[in-house]
Structures are given as C-alpha cells and as structure tokens.
Design a protein around this ligand. Structure first.
Ligand SMILES: [Zn+2]
Length: 708
C-alpha cells in the first residue's frame, strides 16, 4: 500500500498490564465469554501475556475451536481499559465477522465492521472512531487496498495507539496454499507501525515453512506459539470405489448412517450441482453451495444447515473458512483437495463441539488430478504472461482491463489476479481508468516461482498417495503440517483396522450412472460481443444470436465424460451408443419447433469425428446434413485462446457460408442443428450462428458432445 504516514509522530505507548493482572483479567474474560466454569488454556495465557504485557509480536498457531478470538477480545479489553486505541482485526472471513460483533459485546466491547456492503455507515463509524467509541474494528484485507478507506478511515486509526490482529495469517505467506495478494499490503503496514504496537497473528493451518515465513514478516523478535493439531472428535476413513456412479450410489446409501448434519465436498460447481440433485432424488435433504450461489442464497443455506434442516450442503471450497457450526457431524469428500493443508482445513469444520464426527474420503484419482492442474495454472502465472502484461503498460497513460484482455491471452479472473500480484509487488500501479507501469526495473522472480511450482507438485503427490499409503490417516495430515506431537490417532480406519463396506446394489449403481449421463447440459447463448475489439462489437442482435444449445456431457463429469474424453483425444472411435445418447438429448429437448437440417461446424482437428456424428444423427433423426459453413482461413486453435477477445478474433472472418450448400426454401427458414465436437468459450458457436442467420437461416440450435 502506498506510504502510510503518521499524522502524529509523537505517539507513545500507554501503560501495559502486569503478568498478574493478565492472568486475573483473562480468567474473568474467558468466563464472561464461555461460562462461569471456563478456565483459560495455557497457550491463551501465554499469547495474551506476550502481546499485551511483554509487547512482543506473536504468531499463535492453534487448531480451529481453540479459542483464538477469546485471546484478542481479552487483549483488547485489557488495552482499552488502560487507554489504548482500538484493535484492528484483519480477517478474510466476513461470516466470522458477523458472529464476532455479537460475541465481543459480552466483554462490553463495541465492534464495528467496515466492508463494501456498508459504505452508507462509514461516516457514522468514522465519527465513532474519532470520538474513541470503537473498541474493535473488523476489516477484510481487501479494505487495505481501497483508496477511500485508506484516506478516510485508516489515518484516523494511525493517530491512536492501536493494536493489530491478523486472522488467518497463513494468507500472508505466498508459501501458503491460499495466499492472498491483498495480504501483502499487510506486510507493508507491519513495517510502518511503531515497534511497540501490540500485534497478534493467528492461524489454524500452517506448516513449519509457512509459520517461519509469517513470523519473519512480523519482525525478527516474533514469538511463535504452537498448539497441538490433534482433533479428538475426528474419525477418518477412506472408501475406494472405481467410478463416480459407485461413489454417488455409496453416498446416497450411507448418508443416513452418518450422524447429524454435515458437508459433502466436491471439487467443481458442476459436480456439486449434479451430486446435490442426485441426493435429493434419493430423498435426502441436500442443497448445492458453490461459487455460483448468490450471496443471499448462501446465507439462507448456511442458516438451514446450522438449524439442521438440511442433512448436508453439497459444497465446493466456496463454503469458506468462516462457516462455523460446532455440531457439524460429518464431512464427506467426493474427490480430494490438492494439498494436505487444504484437506485438514476442510475436515476441521466437523466436530468442533462434538465428541465424535465422521470424516469420509472418496478419492477420484484421475479426475481430481486434472482439476488440480487447472487450479495451479490460475495461482501461478508464468513469466511469459507477466511480460506480456508489462509490455502493454506504459508509464504515462493508463491501460484498461478490457484493452489488456484483447492483447493478453488470459481469462478475466486470472488476468485480475495477475494484475493484483504485480501491483502489490510494486511492478504496476492501479489508477483511474486502468494500470500504469510503476517500476521499469521490476523482474519476475524465476527461482521463487519454480520453488512454488515444485512445492505444489509435492503437495498434490502427497494427496494422490493419501488413500493408499499405510499408517494412521490423521497422523499423516498432522505430519504434513509439521505438528511435532503427531502420533497415531487410534480412531481412523487404519488405526482400528476397519474397512467401510463397498458393497452396493448394482441396480442403484446403474441408476447413479444414468443420472450422471442424463444431466443434459444447457449451453447459454452469448448476447454481447466482448469489449476491446474493433469488430464485431456491442450487443448481438437477438435474431443473430444462437438459441439455447445442448451438450451430452461436461468436462470432468462422471457420466459420459470419461468416454467422450477418449473420443476427443482420438483414443476411441465415436461408437453408435454415443450417437444414440446424443439422439436421446435431441429427444428430450423441449424446443418450440423441431430442427429440419444439420449443419456441421468446420474443424481442422476433428472433421472426421464431427462428420460421423452428423451423419449418425441424420440417420437416426431423418435429418439432411448440409455442410454450409466453410473455413476460409486457418487461424490458431480455439482451445489455445484464453479470453473472449482472443477467441472471437480467432474465429471472426475465418468462416463463411457457402450459399450452394444451404437447403432450399422452407427448410432454410426453419430451425437448424449446429453440430460441433465440444464447446468451451461458445464463441465459435456464436460466430457460426451469426453467419448462418445472416445467410437467411432460421433459429440456430447448437449441439455438442462436451461442454465446459
Ligand atoms: Zn489413526
């Protein structure tokens, strides 16, 4: 973050409590928070002692449910009682913030939160800070990046002897798997605070490397307090099954044997949606919760799970660190996350306030690895891509994101992540209207990128081996997190020598297979050309758009997915079964008017496949095939283009319609099936539909084997 300047240089530290006062007051506070019999844990005493009485910057590594918030609530109470300014808590967990505002009141603390959803309250909160009426201010790391917040609110805080708490501090370290670029701003802030500022960093999940990194960023004298990572309630087991049909059948058969309510984790949104639907069909109260779920709906679903109105949420990692339900009784993983740390973190949501919680993993060895590779590409942009971005920026005139998108071959969210990394690293500067080059001498740290890549690979190899490796499951995870006290848990399937049954009714497995295969995938028409191009631009005229299309399957789905993957890589021929399955998609299609002819999309790589598909469909559906679209120029492969501007530029002007190949009269006016092998960005289909409509065709209905 730019330079934080202190308005008042003469700021001095108010008095601190003595060791005896810390012990007495902490006990009193813990009782107010957790009940009259509560006793502070030794690590809680040590942490408050270090931060408040001794003035040492401290990193507290403690498992979820340890009572980290009691530490900073109590510390804040003690400091406020002695004339200190407010405590600023930086946390990525908005959900947790809401809970904390309420909990803090039990110590008489006034907690406020400043986030993008309450800008109308900023004036009031600023006034309260100025009049010293706020004890705890909870903000997200993204706030630190916000110019308005820095100018309006933060300088007010810096004029007082504030304390700083950094929650989920592993996000500061880029060694951590959920490193957040915004946390880098916290590093700069730490450098700017007076050395006597009470600073506490907390995390539940950090291995030795991340712990060392975070501690060194706190300062050379930082104290690290670690507690055991054992979770006495968790009972881990692994169920090894051959494919997704078996896995779905297993979950629907055994869900009711699992106690209470829980979470069924999936890796992708599609998988979560499909799984939730299957479980509902089998009579379970389940809902999907993913990155695609609207914020209001998320709150409703979280509430329903908290109230045990749902047996399970079928969730991706979007169900974040902040979700807290003490009596969450089980965690099932349909597919595993890419690192032991992430897995430990997710299963750690179960059994926080229970004697026993079940943790069941159903690994998908091949499918999972493919999804992990995608995750890795997003988090670690290669040097060539960084150079490409920097080349587009000048130091005098800002370049906008849409302009960058038209020249840099990177998807929108990946481009934005990259820009943030470059900005926080000092290479570029965000200004009104886009980005400027900030440091001509900035270079890509190749060694570091290579080390990170190697580390990610090691971690994912550990996870691939998780199911098969001998020995205690929890011990393995604790060792992966460098827990020095790791020992056999005595509760997992390995320790007990038990094996969960994999016997399943073949009928049920077949039905699960049909469910996976019957989920016809809709293809939504594009309605707007991307920005950043000279031509085409703007809104696509409604009568030049494609209609909703259909796909037989999605990338990575467990139904037709594996077989279609082999067809697309050329390892398997398009079999009649598959053509029949596509014809089944046609049969179930709720169109207004049946299409009268088929138009194949020209393809350089898979023309034979597309032709076979078209002629097979033509025979089954008694539809003539007219190859009216022709390629006039060879471009790059569409699959290599990563954003909309590139994808449209790659197909625009490369196809044309051959009028001699169009059907005659009434047939031409009616709907046409536009058949391709697969669709990803949908731009090929959009451009092809546009050309056919311009050439006088009726509505265009895209149909592909596989969609993203
Ligand atoms: Zn064990």
């Amino acid at each position: 973050m730019g330079v934080v300047r202190f308005a008042s240089v003469a700021l001095t530290a108010p008095p601190r409590p003595t060791t005896a006062e810390v012990e007495a007051e902490l006990t009193e506070h813990v009782r107010a928070l957790a009940g009259p019999d509560a006793v502070p844990r030794p690590e809680q005493v040590a942490a408050v002692q270090a931060v408040v009485a001794d003035g040492r910057r401290t990193l507290l590594v403690a498992r979820t449910g340890f009572g980290k918030s009691a530490v900073y609530f109590s510390a804040t109470r003690m400091l406020r009682d002695r004339g200190w300014g407010p405590t600023v808590v930086v946390s990525p967990l908005l959900a947790l913030m809401r809970d904390q505002v309420a909990a803090a009141q039990r110590l008489g603390l006034v907690a406020e939160t400043i986030n993008s959803s309450n800008t109308d309250e900023w004036d009031r909160i600023e006034a309260a800070i100025t009049s010293d009426a706020v004890d705890l201010l909870l903000i997200s790391p993204e706030r630190l990046a916000n110019q308005g917040f820095r100018e309006r609110v933060f300088h007010l805080l810096l004029e007082q002897p504030m304390a700083l708490v950094c929650d989920e501090a592993h996000c500061i370290s880029d060694w951590g798997h959920d490193f957040r670029p915004d946390y880098l701003r916290l590093r700069h802030l730490l450098d700017e605070l007076p050395s006597w500022t009470p600073v506490l960093a907390t995390t539940a999940t950090a291995n030795q490397r991340v712990t060392d990194d975070v501690a060194s960023q706190l300062g050379s004298d930082a104290l690290v307090l670690r507690t055991t990572l054992d979770r006495e309630a968790l009972h881990l087991s692994v169920v090894d099954l051959p494919d997704d049909a078996h896995r779905l059948a297993w979950v629907s058969e055994h869900l009711d044997e699992l106690p209470g309510s829980g979470i069924v984790y999936c890796l992708t949104q599609e998988q979560a949606g499909q799984t939730a639907e299957w479980l509902r069909l089998r009579g379970h109260a389940c809902e999907a919760y993913t990155g695609g779920t609207e914020p209001e709906q998320r709150l409703v679903l979280e509430e329903q799970l908290r109230a045990n109105e749902l047996k399970a949420l079928v969730a991706t990692s979007a169900l974040g660190m902040g979700f807290d339900k003490g009596d969450l009784a089980f965690c099932v993983h349909l597919g595993l996350p890419p690192t032991p740390v992430a897995y430990y973190q997710q299963i750690g949501r179960a059994g926080r306030a229970l004697q026993r919680a079940e943790v069941v993993a159903l690994p998908r060895p091949t499918e999972d690895a493919a999804v992990w590779r995608w995750f890795e590409q997003v988090s670690l942009p290669p040097e060539s891509t960084c150079d490409e971005v920097l080349l587009q920026l000048s130091s005098s005139r800002p370049t906008s994101v849409p302009t960058l998108e038209s020249v840099v071959n990177l998807g929108r969210s990946r481009l934005q992540t990259l820009l943030k990394i470059l900005e926080v690293d000092g290479a570029i500067r965000a200004v009104k209207g886009g980005y400027l080059l900030a440091d001509e001498g900035w270079t890509y740290d190749r060694d570091k990128a290579e080390r990170l890549r190697r580390l990610r690979r090691e971690e994912s190899e550990q996870m691939l081996a998780f199911a098969d490796r001998p020995g205690c499951r929890l011990r393995f995870l604790r060792e992966a997190l460098d827990d020095a006290e790791a020992e056999d848990c005595g509760r997992c399937d390995r320790c007990l020598g038990t094996v969960r049954t994999t016997d399943l009714d073949p009928e049920l497995v077949a039905e699960a297979g049909r469910h996976l295969r019957a989920g016809d995938v809709g293809i939504e028409p594009r309605r707007q050309w991307p920005t950043g191009l000279d031509e085409p631009k703007g809104r696509i005229k409604p009568d030049a758009q494609a209609r909703w299309g259909r796909a037989l399957c999605r990338v990575g789905d467990g139904g037709w997915g594996p077989m279609i993957d082999e067809v697309l890589t050329g390892d398997r021929l398009l079999h009649e079964d598959m053509v029949r399955a596509v014809a089944g998609v046609l049969k179930r299609w709720d169109w207004e008017q049946r299409p009268g002819w088929i138009c194949p999309v020209p393809s350089r790589r898979r023309q034979g496949l597309i032709d076979r598909l078209c002629s097979g469909l033509g025979q089954l559906g008694k539809l003539p095939v007219h190859p009216a679209l022709v390629r006039i120029e060879d471009g790059g492969f569409q699959a290599d283009q990563a954003n909309s501007a590139h994808q449209v530029a790659n197909v625009w002007g490369r196809f044309t319609v051959d009028p001699d190949q169009l059907p005659e009269g009434g047939l031409l006016d009616g709907p046409v099936l536009l058949v391709d092998d697969e669709c990803d960005s949908r731009w090929t289909l959009t451009v092809a539909a546009h050309l056919l409509r311009e050439a006088g065709s009726g509505p265009v209905l895209p149909l592909v084997l596989r969609s993203r």
